[in-house]
Design a protein around this ligand. Structure first.
Ligand SMILES: [Zn+2]
Length: 343
């Protein structure tokens, strides 16, 4: 299905340079120290300066690239406002630093700001304890559970400074940036209250992580909200995005700018349905989430990836529970198993 997408720019900008992707909208890219090795950010021409969407992870390397941008491509114009799509460190990481440097307000949705504060305040030991309990309950072996441990606050190491406050944006809010009006579209599932921005005049969608051209956004149940059903939220949010025109130019947080929103929505919905079907078959006999990793993924994982793989497995299982297709049972040791409902 990704082949049906069209990419108007064959290459992403080099670090420290900009590409104008629509009138007054500039693409920049920052490195990430993960398998997913980059994030796209967007600089929008505004009155007497720039509005920035997302900020990059809080490393010295990314700060250095910001210094290059500030010294050159930003043309001496200040960052006047910072919009953050969601709380993940690659998006929020340098918002506090940039906000203080430019005395620029940070605009976010309420749940994303609150989630960032909660993670910033959770010590490494407390997080480790909650995470290990969650993974043990889903059947992960003792060695792998013990690898899910950190004495430091990993979130804080990637988001070194939180913005001191924020201006709240809500679903359907309209904001004027430069000469254009942008509409806030809140999506759920990948994070609690993820913000996309749509500009009807330009027919451009800043999609954050809700809509990516070649990878499926991570939809995870985590220790923070262990009984949740984020996949139902995500699938509903996909339907909202599909109401936008098929002609829209999509600016994703990872990968290349693309056309083909409706095809991508269909491909992502199909991807999740395929996985749900596989899990339904696997749960003819009771299964823990750890047991079905091999059903969903044809590979093994290191500790960092395992966090996301387990989260994805539980998210799909909880969606099937919500649909009444499987039941969730917890034994006297606290281990959770899933079993297909009798037809
Ligand atoms: Zn994200």
């Amino acid at each position: 299905m990704p082949d049906s997408l069209q990419y108007p720019f064959s290459d992403a900008p080099d670090p420290g340079s900009l590409i104008e992707v629509a009138p007054g909208i500039h693409w920049l890219r920052m490195p990430l120290p993960f398998a997913l090795n980059h994030i796209n950010l967007w600089l929008l021409e505004d009155a007497d300066g720039w509005t920035l969407v997302d900020t990059g992870i809080g490393t010295e390397e990314v700060k250095g690239i910001w210094e290059t941008l500030i010294a050159g491509p930003l043309s001496g114009q200040p960052i006047k406002r910072i919009i953050v799509t969601h709380f993940h460190p690659d998006h929020l990481g340098l918002a506090g630093w940039l906000s203080r440097r430019f005395d620029a307000p940070v605009l976010m949705t309420q749940l994303e700001y609150e989630q960032a504060v909660r993670l910033h305040d959770t010590s490494g030991n407390s997080r480790t304890e909650q995470q290990q309990r969650f993974f043990s309950s889903h059947g992960l072996g003792q060695t792998e559970v013990e690898e899910q441990s950190s004495s430091i606050n990993v979130y804080r190491s990637r988001v070194p400074e939180l913005p001191r406050g924020y201006q709240q944006l809500k679903d359907q809010d309209q904001i004027r940036i430069g000469s254009n009006c942008w509409q806030v579209i809140v999506g759920r599932g990948h994070s609690p209250e993820h913000m996309c921005l749509y500009c009807p005049e330009l027919d451009v969608l800043i999609a954050g992580d809700q809509m990516l051209p070649t990878i499926s956004p991570n939809i995870s149940v985590t220790f923070m909200n262990p009984d949740s059903d984020p996949l139902s939220d995500y699938l509903a949010s996909l339907k909202d995005l599909a109401k936008l025109p098929s002609s829209v130019k999509v600016l994703p947080a990872h990968g290349l700018v693309f056309y083909g929103l409706h095809q991508r929505v269909a491909a992502l919905a199909e991807h999740h349905q395929d996985r749900l079907n596989l899990l339904l078959d696997a749960c003819e006999k009771p299964k823990c989430a750890a047991d079905v990793l091999s059903v969903l993924f044809n590979r093994t994982f290191g500790p960092h990836e395992l966090f996301f793989a387990m989260g994805e497995a539980v998210a799909h299982l909880h969606h099937l529970v919500e649909d009444g297709l499987i039941q969730r049972q917890q034994d006297s040791q606290g281990v959770i198993r899933f079993l297909r409902m009798p037809i």
